[in-house]
Design a protein around this ligand. Sequence first.
Ligand code: BES
Ligand code: MN
Ligand code: ZN
Length: 499
Amino acid sequence: MHINFSKLEPSEEGVLVVGVPEKQTEDLTGIARDLDKRSKGAITKALATMRFTGGKNQLVEVLSPSGLDLDRLLVVGMGDAEKFDALAAESVGATAVARLLTSGQKEATFAVEVPKDATIDADTMAAHVALGCSLRGYRFDNYRTTLKKNEKPSLTKITIGTEDVAAAKKAWRQQEALSSGIVFARDLVTEPSNVLYPEEFARRARKLEELGVEVEVLDEKDMAKLGMHALLGVGQGSERETQLLVMQWKGASDRKAAPVAFVGKGVTFDTGGISLKPGAGMEAMKYDMGGAAAVTGAMYALAARKARANVVGICGLVENMPDGRAQRPGDVVKSMSGQTIEILNTDAEGRLVLADALWYCQNRFKPQFMVDLATLTGAIRISLGLEIAGLFSNNDQLSERLLAAGKAEGEELWRMPLGERFDRLIHSPIADMKNIGGQFGGSITAAAFLQRFVNKLPWAHLDIAGTAWFEEARCSTPRGASGFGVRLLNRLVADHYEG
Ligand code: BES
Ligand code: MN
Ligand code: ZN
């Protein structure tokens, strides 16, 4: 979808999108009022007929409105004028694109005005309308060879009207980088596991080299030398080689300054291993690399917008399969840290992947902090549902910053507890720890396990098992891979770690 900006004026033909804030439906202002006059009240009538109140995500579509030469006029609700912010602007774009994408219409023009009383400026609004358009217009049709013409997207060109075109374009360049990072992550998550296995993930990440990211890939031999037997054990039953992906973006004025670090769980398929998962729904486990995809997508976005920060991204990439060589329940493995782990359930593999990835990250890079992202536990879906992710951390400042970044970007987090009372649930009689707790607090015992591989360093763990895949479209995310985490990490860096 091609997006450009032009002077704010209502187009006279094709598709026009306008916005109307809450409680202003009877007394339209600006462009909407002007159009209503020219159509002799057809718009106010349509709004009243459809019970349109201007609420967020509401939409009324008037086909060939009388007195105007338009094919369609879309009136999108903007919500409370005083609360109209970047996320609200984004949902205006997303709502319109959701309606238009396969409508048959090829082009659309937005003539959305900043509501009176709103604090957002016009170019920020325009850039975020564009972001909503591009994110909600995401499709993955690579494997659909028999799509009928009327099922394919028709919308290819969007023009967003704004007062200061140059300023809007500048604001959009930042958001466009973000959008590309999210799309990169969504593509990785959507690919099926026969196509996207560890080596293929690593290969695709090499694309980031074009943006100036340094990419290294450790293979099984390298990892064995480092003693990463927690991670290697997970891949033991797979025909595919396990990989450790290391990405570095050096954007700070001092390229040697301590980086911030992101670590992702990249299980390209999780069968559960010998502790095999039930068959029903197992196909979902192709997205068990959502954490790694978010880290890679965030690196993409940061490099694409040339973030003035040093950032490291590390992904443990592995396939968890049952096989004659697979690890067994009861096996004891030694992690890179030297700590031993009794594997009681081979389906609790994500923490084994992260144990070595976190340890490696902290020791090699001495980062300012580490944030890991992982589709780690089914239990987080039970406790927090499918719209917010779990946050676990040993550091209040990092937690506050992550919570705020999540709020600002519409990727919300909820902080969960850690502590000795949970840590003691993973004591093992034969090794330093076991890889599962008991029946209760499953997300917390998983996080407590990870904490054993973090020294004093500030660290946070985001359990995104509920949010990496959307069962239905929400805001700027169509059904499917969300890319959850990319925006959050990008915002965290932008707000606190750019000099
Ligand atoms: N990848 C799963 C967690 C998951 C579940 C992600 C649903 C996305 C959707 C993880 O590896 C897993 O299997 N966890 C087990 C842990 C248990 C064996 C302690 C779980 O949650 O059941
Ligand atoms: Mn598992
Ligand atoms: Zn898993």
